[in-house]
Ligand binder design. Structure first.
Ligand code: SF4
Length: 146
C-alpha cells in the first residue's frame, strides 16, 4: 500500500487534527528526530480519540438469524497539537517536519481517496494496531448478544 502524495490546501488542513500512529511509527519518528522514544512520547505525542470498530460473531447462529455487531475500541496515539496545528506542522512553510516518517493516518489518507480505498486503508491501520498486541476494549452495545 503506497502513501498518498497530495499536498493541496485541503489535505494540508488535516494537519489541524494530527493523524494516528501505528506501532512502528513511534520508533521511526524518534530515530528521525534523533531522540529516544520516551522523550518523543513525553514531549510530542498524546492519546488520540482511538478507533471504534464492529465485529460480527456468527458462531451459534441459527439458520436465517442475522449476526449482531459487537463494538470495540482501540486506543491510538497522535502528535500533540499547539495553536490549532500539529506540533510537527511548520506554519511558516506549510509542510510537515517529519514528512518521511509521518504517522500512518497522515501518510495513508488524503481528501481525494474513494470511500472504498478509505475503508481498505482504515482496516490496514487497525490490523497493524491490533497485531501489536493492543487489546481491543469492548464497548457497551445494546444489540450485543448476551
Ligand atoms: S505529523 Fe505531519 S502530516 Fe501528520 S498532522 Fe502532523 S504535520 Fe501533518
Amino acid at each position: 500500500m503506497e502513501r498518498t502524495v497530495c499536498d493541496c490546501q485541503k489535505c494540508r488542513s488535516f494537519c489541524r487534527r494530527p493523524g494516528y500512529c501505528v506501532p512502528d511509527d513511534v520508533p521511526a519518528i524518534a530515530e528521525y528526530l534523533g531522540m529516544s522514544e520516551a522523550d518523543l512520547r513525553k514531549n510530542y505525542l498524546t492519546a488520540g480519540r482511538g478507533i471504534t470498530f464492529a465485529r460480527y460473531y456468527t458462531l451459534g447462529l441459527r439458520r436465517g438469524q442475522q449476526a449482531e455487531p459487537a463494538l470495540y475500541h482501540v486506543s491510538t496515539i497522535v502528535p500533540k497539537a499547539y495553536n490549532g496545528w500539529c506540533t510537527f506542522f511548520d506554519t511558516r512553510t506549510g509542510h510537515c517536519q517529519i514528512h518521511p516518517v509521518a504517522p500512518f493516518a497522515c501518510r495513508m489518507f488524503d481528501d481525494h481517496i474513494s470511500p472504498e480505498e478509505f475503508e481498505t486503508r482504515r482496516q490496514a491501520g487497525l490490523r497493524l494496531i491490533l497485531e501489536d498486541g493492543t487489546h481491543a476494549r469492548p464497548l457497551p452495545n445494546p444489540t450485543m448478544p448476551t
